[in-house]
Design a protein around this ligand. Structure first.
Ligand code: ATP
Ligand code: MG
Length: 561
């Protein structure tokens, strides 16, 4: 998508809801829900759905439920229900009293299933999974009726009750809806609605040995909660007739309307929970909150702000056809937010020692520095300046090519908020590596200007060696080297070996001492960084959130030319 597609305010779901309200549908109520399955952590794709559902409800004085669709006990866990609640709150949304679990409806769902049986609309089927597949037909051929389809309601009821009582082994029988084996929609060909599965559920324990299928539990859970607009992603479009069938057949308190929208795909980003789980299990990343992960927990640790993610979700809009969004747009939204709120500081990632030969031994000056030029209310701070400093190693070249304007032997540059310095000597180790620069400073240039009007072409960041705090800095790049890792069969083949670089000898200005985890800063000239929870009293650990260079702004500019 391009920035031109960005039309804040309007989308087709908003329009549907406005129309429904105008027509007095649903007694003027708007109730949506975000329905995660607690089988992994939320990712940036879920954020799109969360923002959409909560925002649509809020702007119509409605409400949005958080409902766990926990019908698949073997993959679910309370670690996930906890993390999901934490992440939705972090993103800035509140479900109030309306936290629900599909498992709370198991008894009601069971009763609905009995009602279907009594009405002759569901039957117990003994076909094996292979046989069932064979009977199902294909997209071009109709299916065949199961030989068990004509069981009487009494027989079905008895068998279903025995399924619940645990009389049959796992997988021996299923309950199926009796719809139409010749339907062109495969989902309507007598879909399974209950299976036998002896698995301990994270909430109901061993109370049940039969579990409802998603396609059955989901619409009925929506209906029980009196959801008005059940918003889901496009892959459920083919399931809508089945969704409607269940809510039509059963005496539910409301018949919700299912509306599908395009899921979010992002370049260089894996968006499947199942594959993200593999990355965690195989220890390719260091957990669900690894800052390289597209999970909300990972993005938070990386330094993303909830406001930036919400802004992104609004900008990408809501459409009915699938597309891929450039990750540069997400980073652009983040930079816009951080630019407003992050304090500017100085940190040196790869330090090179600089000794100012003419600076008085033992002298320390306090230089005044602006915290955020975008926001004068953030004030100023003092930076200690002394005889021995560190600058960024890559800001010096002994033999500079033409366009390198930074420090070089005999050349003068400005130190940010400090003085002009000139390189007079280069000290190397035995291997010939530059380990120290000898420089002079010009005391007349305090504040960064020379009284004689002479100019320098570069301003470097620096820290005072004796005052700086040691830091570890973790630099991140995309986890995958291809634009669409989800499309690669074995996505491990396209992992980026350089997705993490750890710099262990960085130094940051002393004002950062004691900064709390998740605090965010702009390291001047380098990018945005945030404090990682791995930080200790001795050593600060930073994650680089994003570099400063904004590729999206460039794309945008190019598009406007
Ligand atoms: P995944 O495919 O990553 O496993 P899922 O759809 O199985 O995701 P759920 O827990 O079922 O995960 O998703 C909860 C809600 O989030 C659903 O309504 C789903 O449609 C929505 N959702 C999931 N992925 C995306 C996405 N990439 N973009 C927008 N919405 C999404
Ligand atoms: Mg799902």
């Amino acid at each position: 998508m391009s920035i031109a597609d960005y039309s804040p305010g309007s989308n087709f779901i908003r329009n549907i809801i406005a129309e429904d309200l105008k027509n007095g549908k649903n007694d003027g109520e708007v109730i949506t829900r975000f329905p995660p399955e607690p089988n992994g952590y939320l990712h940036i794709g879920h954020a799109k759905s969360i923002c959409l559902n909560f925002t649509l409800a809020a702007e119509n004085n409605g409400r949005c439920h958080l409902r766990f669709d926990d019908t698949n006990p073997s993959k679910e866990d309370t670690e996930y229900t906890d993390s999901i609640q934490r992440d939705v709150k972090w993103l800035g949304f509140d479900w109030g009293q309306h936290l629900y679990f599909a498992s709370d409806y198991f008894e009601q769902l069971y009763e609905y299933a009995e009602l279907l049986i009594k009405a002759g609309k569901a039957f117990v089927c003994d076909l094996s999974p292979e046989e069932m597949r064979a009977y199902r037909g294909t997209l071009t051929e109709p299916g065949k009726n199961s030989p068990y389809r004509e069981r009487t309601a009494e027989e079905n009821l008895e068998l279903f009750r025995r399924m619940r009582a645990g009389d049959f082994p796992d997988g021996a029988r299923v309950l199926r809806a009796k719809i139409d084996m010749a339907s062109p929609n495969l989902n309507m060909r007598d879909p399974v609605i209950y299976r036998i599965l002896r698995a301990t559920h994270h909430r109901t324990g061993d109370q049940w040995c039969i579990y409802p299928m998603y396609d059955f539990a989901h619409p009925l859970s929506d209906a029980l909660e009196k959801i008005t607009h059940s918003i889901c992603t496009l892959e459920f479009e083919d399931h809508r007739p089945l969704y409607n069938w269940f809510v039509e057949q059963l005496p539910v308190p409301r018949k919700p309307q299912q509306i599908e929208f395009a899921r979010l795909n992002l370049t260089y980003t894996m968006m499947s929970k199942r594959k993200l789980l593999q990355l965690v299990q195989k220890e390719i990343v260091q957990g669900w909150d690894d800052p390289r992960m597209p999970t909300l927990a990972g993005l938070r640790r990386r330094g993303y702000t909830p406001a930036a993610i919400r802004d992104f979700c609004e900008r990408i809009g809501v459409a009915k056809s699938n597309s891929v969004v450039d990750i540069a747009l997400l980073e652009h939204c983040l930079r816009e937010d951080l630019n407003k709120q992050a304090a500017r500081v100085m940190g040196v990632l790869r330090p090179l020692r600089v000794v100012l030969e003419n600076y008085p031994e033992g002298q320390v000056e306090e230089l005044e520095a602006v915290n955020n030029p975008e926001d004068p209310t953030m004030g100023v701070r003092k930076l200690p300046f002394s005889k021995v400093l560190y600058i960024e190693a890559e800001d010096f070249m002994e033999d500079p090519p033409k366009k390198f304007y930074r420090l070089a032997p005999g050349r003068e540059v400005r130190l940010r908020y400090g003085y002009f310095i000139k390189c007079t000597d280069v000290i190397k180790d035995q291997a010939g590596k530059v380990v120290e620069l000898r420089c002079t400073y010009d005391p007349e240039t305090k504040g960064g200007a020379a009284p004689d009007g002479r100019k320098v072409k570069a301003t470097l960041h620096w820290v005072s060696a004796q005052h700086a705090i040691p830091a570890e800095v973790r630099l991140y790049d995309n986890l995958f080297t291809v634009e669409d890792p989800g499309a690669v069969e074995d996505s491990e083949t396209c992992l980026n070996p350089a997705s993490l670089e750890v710099l262990t000898s960085a130094r940051v200005e002393p004002s950062l001492g004691g900064a709390a985890p998740e605090s965010k800063f702009q390291f001047e000239r380098l990018g945005y960084f945030c404090i990682d929870p791995d930080s200790t009293g001795e050593k600060l650990v930073f994650n680089r959130t994003v570099p400063l260079r904004d590729t999206w702004a460039k794309i945008k500019q190019a598009g406007q030319q």
